[in-house]
Design a protein around this ligand. Structure first.
Ligand code: PEP
Ligand code: MN
Length: 360
């Protein structure tokens, strides 16, 4: 019997794919655009629909959503098309408007998850209701903040809760609009093995050409579902025009995703042997790291005795250059080597700061 606080989300209808799928436009713009998108998705068996009515925009002057007017459009989609329509809530007023209009499937956006005050207010407003709630990760890569929001909603008595991984903001341009930092949702899953986690490849990728690769990566990493922005004429969308797909291209994409059938069956003999070899190598790595740290500590003692500074930039520079060169020769990626040796160096500097008494 699992002791996880969070239970898997269940829906009243089958998913046409071996994973959950939620699709719809970034924003509801007009009743026609919203309804037409929903109709095309429903015709292909998709029943969980998304559309934002209130848009948190980075800069003033951008389209900020149609607001409460769109609630009736979402209800119409639920009633006429038999879909479940969800929208983002960021304030108590949004929650009240949704509940009054009969919209009971909601998500909390990245900017809101980052604010414990806002989360507490929403949790209070939602307490005692039967909503299904998805909580997106905060903009900053802080797992505790994400988990904290999930726990606050749970503590308010909301039991139908899932998470959405939408990537993390970074300064400057990377390959993706939001860095996936997959280790964060993977750690959320380790802490809460039963929680439903959607991946949001649209907001991670930021560009429609990259959405397929992020979808495939998400399935490899065992996400429960995908949330994908879909618009009848994506390049004319009033928000996130670069990342939305047409309903047809969404369906074509979903049909090409590779689902690994062994995901739920017992591991093969070959796989378990390979894993044993990995376990063995990892133990050796740990042993070597501990030996290295002992040497760093001895060097630290000499530096302290001789009044030498702990960080010696020239030594670090040549060490890093040499390790990058040797590592590249062994076929390892430069960015990985850089990250690895920066962490090792940081840990060495840290142990050299700690005097033997502190360390006991
Ligand atoms: C969205 O889903 O359209 C949205 C605004 O997402 P996020 O909160 O992840 O930026
Ligand atoms: Mn969007």
């Amino acid at each position: 019997m699992s002791t996880d606080l969070f239970r898997p989300l269940t829906f009243d209808y089958p998913s046409p794919y071996p994973f959950l799928i939620c699709a719809g436009p970034c924003s509801a713009e007009t009743e026609e655009q919203t309804y037409e998108t929903a109709r095309l998705l429903r015709a292909r068996g998709i029943r969980l629909f998304r559309a934002s009515l209130w848009k948190p925009r980075t800069r003033p002057g951008s389209f900020e959503g149609v607001g409460a007017e769109g609630l009736a459009w979402l209800r119409r989609i639920e009633q006429e098309l038999g879909m479940q329509a969800m929208t983002e809530v960021a304030s108590v007023a949004h929650v009240e408007a949704c509940l009054q209009a009969g919209i009971h499937t909601l998500w909390v956006g990245a900017r809101t998850t980052a604010s414990p005050f806002a989360v507490s207010e929403l949790a209070e407003a939602l307490s005692g209701t039967d909503v299904t709630l998805l909580v997106k990760n905060p903009l900053n890569p802080d797992l505790d903040l994400w988990e904290g929001a999930l726990l606050r909603f749970h503590a308010a008595g909301i039991t139908h809760i899932g998470a959405v991984h939408r990537g993390f903001s970074t300064y400057g341009k990377g390959q993706y609009r939001n860095a996936p930092l997959w280790q964060i949702p993977i750690e959320l899953r380790r802490r809460h093995p039963e929680i439903t986690i959607f991946s949001d490849p649209s907001h991670i990728a930021g560009r429609r050409e990259l959405v397929p690769i992020v979808c495939q990566a998400s399935l490899e990493m065992n996400f429960s579902g995908l949330m994908i922005e879909t618009h009848p004429t994506p390049s004319e969308a009033w928000s996130d025009a670069a990342q939305q797909l047409t309903p047809d291209s969404l369906i074509a994409l979903l049909d090409t995703l590779l689902i690994h059938p062994t995901r739920s069956t017992a591991d093969s003999e070959e796989l378990s042997q390979l894993r044993q070899s990995i376990d063995h190598i990892d133990r050796q790595l740990l042993h070597l790291l501990s030996e290295r740290m002992k040497l760093a500590r001895s060097i630290g003692e000499i530096k302290a005795k001789d009044h030498l500074p702990i960080v010696q930039p020239e030594r670090y520079r040549t060490l890093l250059q040499e390790r990058l060169r040797s590592g590249r020769e062994l076929g390892l990626e430069e960015s990985f080597l850089h990250e690895l040796f920066s962490s090792i160096h940081e840990a060495s500097v840290h142990v050299q700061h700690i005097s033997p008494e502190d360390d006991r």
